[in-house]
Ligand binder design. Structure first.
Ligand code: GDP
Ligand code: MG
Length: 450
């Protein structure tokens, strides 16, 4: 091998890619990605220069921390991630591991110097010794996987809105989605078998709206927890004969937390005991003041059962979407989010991906969470074989080597080798993460045992 990737060199130097890139920038060498390659010879030179620098810096930092130790009392802050190895914490505090282990025993915790203790335990010990333990802000390793980048505003083109239907159980989420799909089925499609891929595209007045099938807020939040935000608009279904219920409130809170506009579908208006006004009244209590009453919450009375008000609802979605000016660059390597995935006996791993940026094509090499592959075939929400899919379009893909997780991000990359490096690194990190969790000696566990 004559070339080396930045990330490999960083690993050899035991620093993060980001730190390496910053140091290289100081040396006047600009690289824009940790996947960039440099000549081996150049790498050696950089290595020599930088290892010298790191040592110097280390020395300086040590001197200065020693200094602070004695002189300045107020600067005793230690950054800790979710867990920290006993030995490392002792080091940071400036005591021996044995001393720290004794302190831990006093707290009822048995841990050797190579074991990890959790953040809370570290804080208790730290505070006792006059240190302030704070959680470190960024896990730099995660940044390594951010293959995403901002597009030039000039390259952005309008894209369809992606809608999630939320609401209390039995208020009619599934029925509403079915009604939307049925009223929208064109004649030639009606005969075909619609394969469920977890999302559907609806055409209205020559415009598209994408609905995610995963109803309720669970899928919504679990995806958000993984850092994926796929929803542009939340349709909150409230049954007109039942009103705002606990899961309605949860849904409102989740949509608000995600900063997603809410359109209320007041459902079941066909029922004799339905009261639209009562629902509007209740919504006000949760800050959703209807437009009719001078607020800005769009609400549409519908009956999923009688298929009434469906077109009004779709039009309102388009209107709200228009105000959002949703855009993406279709002309770049694709980036998307897995909305569901499973192992198919015949086809192997299949995943439904919502393309968010760029255009995904058959033949593209992709990395998807900790798996990778080459797209062998793609199907749209109607089960039709397609060759490419642009922003906001959900597609079922074949060709991944393993089943990804919902919420995993997919990136189209240059070549298979790159895809594999990313996938393997991600897998390695997931393993480390898992190990940390199992090794973690938590205060709670111990108190339980005592
Ligand atoms: P989900 O739990 O929110 O998905 O609710 P479903 O769509 O499964 O609906 C729950 C029940 O309400 C079912 O028995 C539906 O037939 C019924 N339902 C849904 N929409 C309407 C409606 O507009 N009018 C009436 N009368 N019943 C409805
Ligand atoms: Mg349902």
């Amino acid at each position: 091998m004559t070339k080396k990737r930045i990330y490999e060199l960083a690993k050899e130097l035991k620093i993060t890619s980001k730190e390496l890139m910053e140091l290289m920038e100081e040396m006047g060498i600009n690289v824009n990605s940790h996947m960039a390659t440099i000549e081996n010879e150049e790498a050696e030179t950089i290595k020599e220069l930088i290892s010298g620098e790191i040592k110097d810096k280390g020395k300086k930092e040590k001197q200065s921390t020693n200094g602070t130790h004695k002189k300045k009392e107020e600067e005793k802050v230690i950054e800790v991630e979710d867990t920290i190895v006993v030995k490392d914490l002792a080091d940071k505090i400036g005591i021996t591991p044995a001393e720290l282990i004794t302190k831990l025993i006093n707290l009822g915790i048995m841990a050797n110097q190579n074991q990890s203790i959790d953040f809370d335990t570290a804080s208790i010990i730290g505070e006792e010794l006059g240190f302030k333990i704070i959680r470190s802000k960024s896990l730099e390793i995660k940044d390594e996987f951010n293959l995403d980048y901002e597009d030039d505003p000039e390259d952005l083109k309008p894209r369809p809105p992606v809608v999630t239907v939320m609401g209390h159980v039995d208020h009619g989420k599934t029925s509403l989605l079915d009604a939307i799909r049925e009223t929208n089925v064109t004649e030639q499609e009606a005969g075909g078998i619609t394969q469920h891929i977890g999302a559907s595209v609806v055409n209205i007045k020559g415009k598209k709206i994408v609905f995610l099938d995963t109803p309720g807020h669970e899928a919504f939040t679990s995806m958000r927890a993984r850092g994926a935000q796929v929803t542009d608009i939340a349709v909150l279904v409230v049954a007109a004969d039942d009103g705002v219920m606990p899961q309605t409130v949860e849904a409102i809170n989740h949509a608000k937390a995600a900063n997603v506009p809410i359109i209320v579908a007041i459902n079941k208006i066909d029922k004799p005991d339905a009261s639209i006004d009562r629902i509007r009244q209740e919504l006000v209590e949760y800050g959703l003041v209807p437009e009719e009453w001078g607020g800005d919450t769009v609400n549409v009375p519908v009956s999923a059962l009688k298929k009434e008000g469906i077109d009004d609802l779709l039009e309102m979605i388009l209107l709200v979407a228009e105000m959002q000016e949703l855009k993406a660059n279709p002309n770049r390597k694709a980036m998307g989010t897995v909305i569901e995935a499973q192992l198919d006996k015949g086809k192997g791993p299949v995943a439904t991906v919502l393309v968010q940026k760029g255009t995904l094509k058959v033949g593209d090499v992709v990395v998807c969470g900790s798996t990778s592959g080459r797209i062998r075939a793609m199907f749209d929400d109607k089960g039709k074989n397609i060759k490419k899919a642009g922003p906001s379009i959900p597609v079922m893909i074949l060709g991944l080597s393993e089943v990804p997780l919902s919420g995993d991000i997919l990136y189209a990359v240059e070549d298979e080798k790159t895809a594999r490096i990313y996938a393997e690194r991600k897998k390695e990190l997931e393993r480390e993460e898992q190990l940390k969790i199992t090794q973690k000696v938590s205060l709670d566990d111990l108190f339980e045992k005592i």
